[in-house]
Design a protein around this ligand. Structure first.
Ligand code: M6R
Length: 621
């Protein structure tokens, strides 16, 4: 969950490193640091706090070095302070790291007994010291080897001793002019620039400069120098030219475009994102064969499917929960949804005919990736719904149904969720059609979605104002039935991660089994109340909340005069959404939920794009 970046070339390294860190800051932002190779040694600067602090601290240092590595941190081992910030130095080496070394404490004990002294509490320093320990040993034993061969041999020996998943970049004083990198389950991407080479933990730091990248294969060692880089397989001295892939993302997609935050921009991008995701997938004629052009997927995944597992974390898990209703209703498939960190540690029964779908915006979430690997190893047919087509999850899944949300920078997921729901909705409808259950009306409702989303966004000021008023509430509850139950969970997640206010989501039918005890005049209950099959039951829930003095924000249909009147006459709030089909209601309802949380967080002065303690991509367990 950290961001790492390295540059080696003919230009000054520092601007590339700082710009890269700013672009990677969504991965972690509690401290940052950089190391520049200067003359015969390093200049290292580390700072607690966001990347800007590091940028300010190094502003006029006059450093013009053409090689360096840098890091933005999300703390796992050790407090987020300057001492624990990367890069970490060990003798000849300096190293930055993304990931986790699971057996670090065992290695630390072993190294301590040999006299190695540690200055931080991090697992990263242990990795650096281990490589340095082996480097010295090999140097003593085989003094005729070149400094580079000694370093690579030390790196390979250390990798065999280290458990965990990681990506590292390192520089060695004994091998000037080169940056070395290796990855074991955490991505590392390198790109050749004119007269330079840029390496980073993801393409966000690279795309402003070049759109051709190489994803370093797991276990291989990257050797980068002035304008070129190679990879070498473990144990082999043969150098391979990198396999470059062209990315279709461009740098202009990662700017705020006049919005006060990436999150707000991303909320407003949702109509476009849905339109892009639907593009070419809606049937022009009634009997068009495949929306997803998935003839092969139909054979492998859908023709004989007996059970569907959908696995994800966080907001992506909520998208999966909603689509359970879609797959059951439209495709008549037995569908189970699980949190990746639970699924991977259970003993799930993956009998023949089981299909496992994993959903992830980043495509790098550690638990989701582990769940996918478990499913692949068990022989299940797998597919992914990812927003980053080059991500590890997308690459390792049997089939891909990509979302087309473009880079999502705000830590709170918004447009990626909408895109996931759009994919899941079209997929469930299409699989239903392949299995003989055609719901043409729902297909048609999808076509109207971008337009309806635009209309909903037309009320954004109102949603934000209502959100601002929530800042002094003791707690915000979210309730709903059917597909609106997972939406309630999503509303509560957005609220808690952005505002840090206590907030919980419940199935409305569960209110009276416990959560109703929360309700008094200081509590707001956001009630998702569309005109669906459970409408009359939702009306009863509203009465129960009112009777206990709870403040209500009802999100219903714009034509629903009954709820509107009751809310407005009782000092409550009413949000009216365009009438829409059952399957598309969740996609419209999420917009006010996102903007309520945004409005409240703004009023509380929270950091919208970087809520405390969170990171965008959770690449640790
Ligand atoms: O990249 P992923 O979709 O796998 O990420 C899953 C969660 O970490 C993510 O949705 C998280 O819950 C967001 N902060 C929610 O806004």
């Amino acid at each position: 969950m950290c961001g790492i970046v390295g540059y080696v070339g003919q230009k000054t390294a520092k601007p590339y490193l700082l710009d890269g860190l700013k672009r990677l800051e969504y991965r972690g932002y509690d401290s940052a640091g950089l190391a520049l190779f200067s003359e015969k040694d390093y200049v290292i600067k580390r700072n607690a706090g966001p990347v800007q602090g590091l940028a300010d601290a190094t502003l006029d240092s006059g450093q013009r070095e053409t090689m360096g590595i840098a890091h933005t941190r999300w703390a796992t081992h050790g407090a987020p302070n300057e001492t624990n910030a990367h890069p970490h130095r060990a003798g000849d080496l300096v190293l930055v790291h993304n990931g986790i070394i699971e057996n670090y404490s065992e290695i630390k004990d072993r190294l301590t007994k040999t006299g190695v002294r540690f200055s931080s509490q991090t697992d990263t320093e242990v990795f650096a010291q281990l490589i340095e320990f082996h480097r010295r040993k090999i140097q003593d034993q085989q003094p005729n080897l070149s400094a580079e061969d000694i370093l690579i041999s030390a790196l390979e020996t250390s990798m065999k001793e280290v458990d965990g998943h990681y990506a590292i970049l390192l520089m060695a004083r004994s091998v000037p002019g080169k940056i070395f990198g290796v990855q074991n389950g955490a991505p590392l991407v390198a790109s050749p620039l004119k007269g330079g080479c840029l390496i980073a933990s993801d393409i966000q730091a690279i795309i402003p400069y070049h759109n051709e990248v190489c994803f370093l294969p797991k276990g291989e060692i990257l050797v980068a120098e002035n304008g070129k880089f190679w990879t070498r397989a473990p144990g082999s001295s043969a150098l391979h030219a990198p396999k470059l892939e062209r990315m279709d993302w461009t740098a202009d997609k990662v700017e705020k475009d006049g919005f006060d935050s990436f999150m707000l921009k991303e909320i407003f991008q949702q109509p476009l994102v849905v339109a892009d995701t639907l593009s070419g997938r809606l049937p022009a004629k009634e009997h068009e064969p495949f929306i997803w052009d998935h003839q092969k997927a139909h054979e492998v995944l859908w023709k004989n499917v007996k059970k569907l597992y959908l696995i994800a974390c966080g907001t992506s898990y909520h998208a999966a929960l909603i689509s359970k209703y879609f797959f059951e209703k439209w495709a008549k498939i037995d569908c189970e949804v699980d949190i990746a960190s639970e699924f991977r540690y259970r003993s799930p029964v993956l009998a023949p005919g089981t299909v496992v779908g994993v959903i992830s915006q980043s495509g790098e979430t550690a638990d989701t990736l582990a769940a996918l690997r478990l499913a692949n190893a068990a022989g299940a047919s797998t597919f992914s719904i990812c927003n980053v087509p080059s991500s590890t999850i997308a690459r390792e899944s049997g089939f891909q149904y990509p979302t087309k949300a473009g880079p999502e920078i705000g830590v709170a997921s918004t447009k990626a969720f909408t895109a996931q729901l759009t994919v899941l909705c079209t997929l469930a409808l299409d699989v239903g059609r392949l299995r003989g259950h055609l719901d043409l009306a729902s297909f048609r409702a999808l076509a109207r979605l971008p337009h309806d989303l635009d209309r909903v966004l037309g009320q954004s000021e109102t949603f934000i104002k209502i959100g601002e008023k929530l800042k002094d509430r003791r707690m915000v509850l979210f309730v709903g039935r059917g597909t609106m139950y997972p939406m309630a969970l999503e509303g509560a997640l957005k609220m808690k991660e952005l505002t840090y206010l206590p907030s919980e989501g419940f199935a409305a039918g569960e209110l009276k089994h416990g959560p109703i005890a929360y309700i008094d005049k200081d509590i707001t209950v956001v009630t998702l109340a569309p005109k669906d099959d459970w409408y009359s039951k939702t009306l009863s829930n509203l009465e129960e909340i009112r009777a206990r003095g709870g403040h209500i924000i009802a999100i219903g249909s714009e034509t629903d005069e009954q709820i509107k009147r009751q809310c407005l006459s009782g000092g409550d709030e009413f949000i009216g959404l365009p009438e829409s089909a059952w399957g598309t209601q969740p996609i419209l309802s999420v917009v006010p939920l996102q903007l309520l949380a945004y409005g409240c967080a703004k009023a509380l002065g929270r950091n919208i794009d970087k809520p405390r303690n969170l990171a965008k991509s959770v690449t640790v367990e």
